[in-house]
Design a protein around this ligand. Sequence first.
Ligand code: SAM
Length: 285
Amino acid sequence: MKPGKTEKPGKLYVVATPIGNLSDITNRAIETLASVKLIAAEDTRHSKILLQHYGINTAMISLHEHNEASRIKKIIGILQTGSSVALISDAGTPLISDPGCRLVIAAHEAGMQLVPVPGPSAISAMLSVAGQSVERFCFEGFLPSKPPARRKQLESLVSEDRTLVFYESSHRIRDSLNDMKNIFGSSRGCTVGRELTKRYESLYRGTLDEVILQMEQNLHSVRGEFVVVIAGAVTSSDDSVEKGRSIMDVLLTELSVSQAASLAARLSGARKKVLYEYGLSKKGT
Ligand code: SAM
């Protein structure tokens, strides 16, 4: 059906669903999923369990990272006929490390009305219990899977003073925590949340060293889904810059400015950029 001139387009609802416990869903999410014409779901077989649980019979189509581009046209077409569509992902809030961003942008560009139906997300659930500062935080999503790229990404965050939040899978949790310990230092504060809202929900909190030890002592601790929260770097004080400069003086006799600044920053706690600039000025003299 082509849109009539006076026909109002439908709405695209972006609906949060549970991250484990099926009871964690809002009344409004249930009403919305039951009333729209179509649900675009990351994995229709997975979401069928949730819909059946709540007696919702709305038709579904899949929308995942491999078909999102081709689904956009179809969904915008449905909205233009005046029917509404809901977007959901396998768990939590769509678009948060999940597909949907291209659809949302395309819907805005086509002049459609977007409506959030908020609810669970592993990031907010975890931050609410992590026991780390939440005043300013920085969500990094998943780290790169290849170790060199992962370490490079972590290196770039060494001086970040906001609390850091990462999503992690069971395959990589151990390696990622060890890389974090080597790069951020073993005494950096950390909380790991595992299987939040599910049967084997656990929290491990302490320094990176302590958390790694706690997890090693629990055989099952590396199974499931994880959120890792790392305390932000303590801002360099004048003392740490002073210490960093002394270390630079020694390292610069053997290493490049970049290598020396990187090492001196880790040893002193001063910002790498500050030490790098110091190194450049020394080399120029
Ligand atoms: N859209 C989801 C959200 O709003 O949190 C995230 C989807 S992302 C593909 C899946 C990742 O989120 C998992 O690998 C894990 O890092 C995190 N996650 C999801 N559910 C979780 C849970 N129940 N406990 C701990 N972490 C979870």
